[in-house]
Write a protein that binds this ligand. Structure first.
Ligand code: HSE
Length: 317
């Protein structure tokens, strides 16, 4: 009998200003789905992507991150099986919305249940290595958010990536300005290549202080503090800002419309603003779109924190 599982993984915004590679928020803006079936247990380890469908199928490069992530998962868990994957791509790639990470996360979540692996760090490692197909090097923020849901922090501990979900209080809503069309190929690699190789200790200290304030603000529901901390990055945002069309006018428009803060979503070019209600986020989204009108075409989307792929898995067979 063939055993199958399906999982849904949501889009995410990594970094959130000062939290480069260590903070990310999964949100309901877009989703990917993966169905995985164990075609044969034992024998040769093989992962096959049977189909890629959905509105973003064509631009997503065959969903290679899902295949690699599952190969990594089988390898790390020492499992031999033939796995078939069917991918539904709804998250636009190349926009800084964690598209490739979400595909990897959904695939890992579905297969993990089929092979009975629950080690959260191992799942994260597999999904991160899968995502590296797109980004050039593993970074675990997007995959951690898509796997676990909500706001997450991630960092290596004893050489392994470890993620924890940060409790969120308050009625956090986000408005996303998503430019399009946009160059997809190699975008994350390019945006990582412009970053400084080292920074003075005092700059690093101020930045991780702001990341911690952001976390404290999320836990206490102080969206005003969260928004302020989000805009304080001194390391990554200044290096990338020249490559993000209209970041400053869009941010200004969001703030004038009542948002608490706005910054680059992941490696961009999308811009994320935080607000305290759906109404406020819609207002910020409209203002961001208007400010962007001279810069190209874009859409704005309002979203709330999303559940993780690991919570979504359904097994059937
Ligand atoms: N933290 C990563 C970066 C996210 O900013 O490069 C990329 O999706």
């Amino acid at each position: 009998m063939t055993l199958c599982a399906r999982a849904t993984a949501y889009s995410s915004s990594a970094n959130l200003g000062p939290g480069y590679d260590v903070l990310a928020l999964a949100h309901t803006a877009f989703q990917d789905r993966v169905e995985a079936c164990i075609a044969r247990a034992g024998g040769e380890r093989r992962v096959e992507i049977v189909s890629v469908e959905g509105p973003e199928a064509e631009r997503s490069g065959g969903a290679a991150t899902a295949g690699r992530a599952v190969e990594e998962l089988l390898g790390l868990a020492g499992v031999h099986a033939r796995v078939e994957l069917r991918v539904w791509k709804g998250i636009p790639p190349g926009r800084g919305l964690g598209s490739s990470g979400a595909t990897a996360a959904a695939a890992v979540a579905a297969v993990s249940r089929l092979i009975g692996v629950e080690d959260a760090s191992l799942l994260l490692e597999a999904a991160g290595r899968g995502e590296a197909v797109a980004a050039g090097q593993p970074h675990y923020d997007n995959v951690a958010a898509s796997l676990q849901g909500g706001l997450v922090a991630v960092a290596p501990l004893s050489g392994r990536p470890v993620a924890a979900r940060i409790p969120l209080r308050g009625d956090l809503h986000v408005a996303l300005l998503v430019p399009e069309p946009y160059r997809v190929e190699g975008k994350t690699r390019l945006m990582r290549s412009v970053l400084p190789g080292s920074v003075p200790l005092q700059v690093a200290a101020r930045n991780y202080g702001r990341s911690l304030l952001l976390v404290a603000a999320a836990c206490s529901g102080s969206l005003r503090l969260l928004g302020e901390a989000l805009m304080g990055d001194e390391i990554v945002e200044p290096a990338r800002a020249p490559l993000i069309p209209c970041l400053e006018p869009v941010r200004r428009a969001a703030l004038e419309a009542g948002a608490y803060g706005a910054t680059i979503s992941g490696a961009g070019p999308s811009i994320i603003a935080v607000a305290g209600s759906r109404l406020e986020a819609e207002r910020a989204g409209r203002a961001m779109l208007e400010a962007y009108s001279g810069c190209g075409s874009a859409r704005s989307i309002v979203a709330v924190p999303a559940p993780g792929a690991l919570e979504s898995v359904e097994v059937y067979g």
